[in-house]
Ligand binder design. Structure first.
Ligand code: PEP
Ligand code: MG
Length: 540
């Protein structure tokens, strides 16, 4: 039995087998072989396995994110059968008498370079697909795991670190908990763990080489510890506490259908934060009054090309229809910093958090922004969609956004494409500048939603990704609380509403304070909704 401490990202208890995710450090070597036909047969088996894997991924993606997003796996399946690609592999094996891994990797590199040099954007995007396919084949050839992160049984994921794009690819039904060596409590990976409603520990000083997939562990998010190879007493205690947690959850479920109202009659809205259509189940299960933050950038990451207007339209429409008239606030693309998509070619920056991200990308590359806006205004016909713009620092940015929105609406009008004209539009307040000029901004927008994660980062000058600074990252800092009050007051002076969609909104120690400040809405991980409802209902 080994007990290790970490930092808890989400409180809960899990007991189960671990799955150790190691970064693939396999290096393809060129090896002379005697029997080319045997190597060609190995490629054919690897291809067959890849076909099955891609079919599984396709089926899962259709269920979770819709047919349009899943199409990429069909493209990959087609590429597997491409004659030129397969002839090149066989040719290298036969003429050079080399191993299958080398022939596949070389063909992959050649083909992806060829695609990358083409003028056509569609063909360019195929470069990453060929690379993906080749890496998959190589992995199947040497018998590596990883890649798809597919599990048959629910497991506790143990890893060095997880990026947001790796986290979104995980099958949420099959994960009991996360335990990682690195990561900060304010990172998007931590946020995703909270969304998934599972215990998660980061900063655990463990030796991944010694841990074996299949070992048992208990993850205790309350005590911030993980126990590998637990003895019977620890296991029994964990089982008992899991049951107690389930009973507490059941009690909370009795609050479903009730209002978020204090004893003296003060009401607030409690909405849910989501990252994908796949989170809608949690939203309904926990009786969210609406969606206060749909982080649309998760549609853009963990893939090889921009999502099309149609694909986005279908997703936004589905969310709006599912919420059946309840408010759905969709935030426009907030990519950059820790949320990366290679195909956007954002490049390395010395200070990514202070860099080319979010609205700055949208205002610099309006074609990307316009595609999303078209999808949003079209989808708004099907429900109660509001649009929210991230990382605002000035009134000028808002005016520029308005100009682009007008162009988009004019285009939709001219084409005769159905869209909704009077969509509520608001901004995130997550920079100190936007707090200070919130009196001016309130005149230009319909609502404010305070992003306390970034607001804390920029106000306290602390990189939210830097795990060494976790102990200094204090969102309870007086400066932050005063800023929230300023924003609420300035919104109300103009008859606008103000909410919080950063993680602080779910901090139960502050719920009463926020209600007293006059906050109109708290948007939190779905699992926190009923907990906050209880606090509000118990308030005088
Ligand atoms: C925030 O910054 O508080 C926020 C809600 O946005 P994100 O965490 O996605 O940056
Ligand atoms: Mg933010």
């Amino acid at each position: 039995m080994e007990r290790l401490k970490g930092k808890s990202v989400y409180k809960g208890i899990a007991l189960g087998k671990i799955s150790v995710l190691k970064k693939d450090d396999y290096v393809v070597k060129r090896v002379k072989i005697e029997d080319p036909e045997a190597e060609i047969e190995r490629v054919s088996q690897a291809r067959e396995k890849a076909r099955e894997q891609l079919q599984k991924l396709y089926d899962k993606a259709v269920k979770e994110v819709g047919e349009a997003s899943a199409a990429i796996f069909e493209v990959h399946q087609m590429m597997l059968d491409d004659d030129d690609y397969n002839e090149s592999i066989e040719n290298i094996i036969r003429t050079q008498e080399v191993n299958a891994e080398y022939a596949v990797a070389t063909t992959g590199d050649n083909f992806s370079q060829m695609f990358a040099s083409m003028d056509d954007d569609y063909m360019k995007a195929r470069a990453a697909d060929v690379k993906d396919i080749s890496e998959r084949l190589v992995r199947n050839l040497y018998g590596g795991d990883g890649g798809d992160m597919e599990f048959d049984q629910p497991v506790i994921i143990v890893a060095d670190d997880l990026s947001p794009s790796e986290t979104v690819q995980l099958d949420k039904e099959k994960i009991l908990a996360f335990v990682t060596v690195h990561g900060s409590t304010n990172s998007h990976t931590a946020i995703l763990a909270r969304m998934m409603n599972i215990p998660a520990l980061i900063g655990v000083n463990m030796d991944l080489e010694k841990l074996k997939t299949g070992m048992e562990a208990v993850v205790d998010g309350f005590a911030a510890e993980v126990i590998f190879n637990p003895d019977e007493e620890v296991r029994m205690d964990a089982r008992k506490r899991i049951q107690e947690e389930e009973e507490k959850t059941k009690l909370l479920l009795e609050l479903k259908g009730k209002e978020n109202v204090t004893k003296s009659g003060h009401k607030i809205n409690i909405y849910a934060n989501i990252g994908s259509v796949g989170d809608m189940g949690y939203v309904l299960e926990n009786d969210a009054g609406g969606i206060g933050l749909f982080r649309s950038e998760f549609l853009y990451i963990g893939r090889n090309e921009l999502p099309s207007e149609e694909e986005q339209f279908q997703v936004y429409k589905q969310v709006a229809q599912t919420m059946a008239g309840k408010k759905v606030i969709i935030r426009t693309l907030d990519i950059g910093a820790d949320k990366q998509a290679d195909y956007l070619g954002l490049g390395k920056e010395d200070n990514p958090a202070l860099g080319y991200r979010a609205i700055r990308i949208c205002l610099t590359q309006p074609e990307i922004f316009k595609t999303q806006l078209r999808a949003l205004f079209r989808a708004a016909v099907y429900g109660n969609i509001s649009i929210m713009y991230p990382m605002i620092t000035s009134v000028e940015e808002v005016l520029e956004i308005k100009k682009i929105v007008k162009e988009v609406k004019d285009e939709l009008e001219a084409e005769g494409t159905p869209y909704k004209n009077d969509v509520e539009e608001g901004i995130m307040i997550e920079t100190p500048a936007s707090v200070i000029i919130s009196d001016d901004l309130a005149k230009e927008v319909d609502f404010f939603s305070i992003g306390t994660n970034d607001l804390t980062q920029y106000t306290l000058a602390i990189d939210r990704q830097n795990e060494k600074l976790d102990k200094f990252y204090n969102p309870h800092h007086k400066a932050i609380l005063r800023m929230i009050q300023t924003v609420v007051d300035n919104a109300h002076k103009e008859g606008k509403w103000a909410g919080i969609c950063g993680e602080l909104g779910a901090d139960t120690e502050l719920t009463e304070t926020f209600v007293k400040m006059g906050i109109d809405e708290l948007s939190v991980a779905p699992s926190m909704i009923l907990k906050l409802r209880k606090i509000v209902r118990d308030m005088p």
